[in-house]
Design a protein around this ligand. Structure first.
Ligand SMILES: NC(=O)c1ccc[n+]([C@@H]2O[C@H](COP(=O)([O-])OP(=O)(O)OC[C@H]3O[C@@H](n4cnc5c(N)ncnc54)[C@H](OP(=O)(O)O)[C@@H]3O)[C@@H](O)[C@H]2O)c1
Length: 360
């Protein structure tokens, strides 16, 4: 496989640090550029991080002394020195959109974790096991930007990764309604218990903008491509409540589903256990062997025990049982900064590489 030079925009943040650790020994991707805001620019990665490094493994040795560039001011230089960038920045939405577009227009593809471009119909929002075919809208986007290589592809919000994968294998049973309550880790806000002590022994029943994303984004992932753009799915109806809970990593969802076709519990479990997609078929480096794991124990999945399953790239499901108001209910869990953020971004990039979208 060809080696790709990549950049991490937002390298000093929570998701950026995950990218750095995941890419440190990646077989296809070599980190050539680290970039962040003007606050970090000009410092070595280690200096720019100060005491902000949150990963359980040390800062990758070959990145420690790399000088951090300014993602805005050094854009041209960055775009010229890498094959594509991963982007995870905390910046105002309109400015993020402009920055990502500027990289794409400079012929530097952007694999984005930000929400700014998720609603754009010719920007694919890919969960590689579910909708890899949406990558084809990149051609429409390239025509809009007038580029040969440059484009933006986005990851969905981390909250939906805990229930959309579990609902997907049931869709052809005619899923009509989904209710999901999410219990989201503090790393989803870029925080730890040290930087957010108010979260110890606490629960906050509000995450700004999260319920809108959690209800809208699945419809794009489950949508289809028509006339070169993604057309959102019209069903199922989804309603959500998103709560912040005192867990370091791992978003859990309590999910209820109604379906037109009634099937026994065994069939639902079999559908989960037999579900796999392109990443498994292509044997992509970051793909979990088994995407959906069903636990038969009553007290699973648990965030601490199960979030790192298959390097944090698998989804854990448990507690499937009939419900008196919906047909079934269950609980599912995903690692929010791995599958839900950086790991999902790396897997999407591997998928796009294997399909030739990141070649010149
Ligand atoms: N945490 C998660 O689980 C998660 C999951 C999915 C998606 N996301 C999304 O990923 C993005 C980053 O989240 P995070 O949790 O990693 O945030 P974070 O820890 O607050 O990090 C933010 C990063 O953005 C950089 N930044 C801020 N302003 C900038 C500017 N003007 N130009 C360039 N870089 C700038 C910061 O650089 P400095 O250090 O120089 O300030 C830092 O590297 C957000 O859009 C978030 O919604 C997060």
């Amino acid at each position: 496989m060809k080696q790709y030079h990549v950049g991490i925009i937002g390298a000093t943040g929570m998701v950026g640090q995950r990218f750095a650790t995941l890419l440190a020994n990646h077989p296809w991707f070599q980190v050539a550029v680290l970039a962040a805001s003007s606050r970090s620019a000009g410092k070595t990665y280690e200096e720019a991080l100060g005491n902000r490094w949150q990963m359980s493994t040390p800062i990758p040795e070959d990145m420690k002394n790399m000088v951090v560039l300014d993602a805005e001011r050094d854009r041209k230089k960055i775009a010229e020195s890498v094959d594509f960038v991963f982007c995870a920045i905390n910046m105002e939405k309109q400015k993020t959109r402009e920055l990502e577009e500027a990289y794409a227009k400079a012929e530097c593809p952007v694999i984005s974790n930000n929400s700014a471009n998720r609603g754009v119909p010719d920007v694919p929002m890919i969960i590689p096991e579910i909708n890899p075919d949406h990558a084809q809208v990149i051609e429409t986007q390239r025509r809009r930007f007038g580029t040969k290589r440059g484009f933006i592809a986005v990851k969905s919000n981390c909250s939906i990764q805990s229930y959309v994968p579990a609902v997907t294998p049931l869709l052809n049973l005619g899923v009509t309604k989904v209710l999901a309550c999410t219990y989201q880790a503090i790393s989803g806000a870029g925080k730890t218990f040290r930087t957010w002590p108010e979260m110890v022994d606490n629960l906050i029943p509000f995450i700004g903008g999260e319920e809108g994303k959690s209800e809208n984004e699945p419809m794009k992932v489950w949508g289809h491509v028509e006339n070169g753009v993604v057309v959102n799915a019209a069903v199922p109806d989804i309603t959500t409540q998103c709560l912040r809970v005192p867990v370091s990593d791992g978003h859990t969802a309590a999910v209820f589903v109604s379906m037109e076709k009634k099937v026994p519990m065994d069939e639902i479990i079999a559908r989960w256990e037999n579900f796999s997609g392109e990443p498994q078929k292509l044997n992509l480096p970051s793909a979990p062997k088994q995407f959906l794991h069903y636990f038969r124990e009553d007290d699973r999945p648990q965030a601490r025990l199960d979030r790192n399953l298959e390097n944090g790239m698998a989804i854990s499901i448990g507690r499937l049982r009939p419900d008196s108001q919906y047909d079934y209910k269950f609980v599912s869990l995903s690692h929010n900064t791995l599958r839900g953020a950086a790991g999902g971004g790396v897997l999407m990039a591997e998928l796009l590489c294997s399909k030739g979208y990141l070649d010149s």
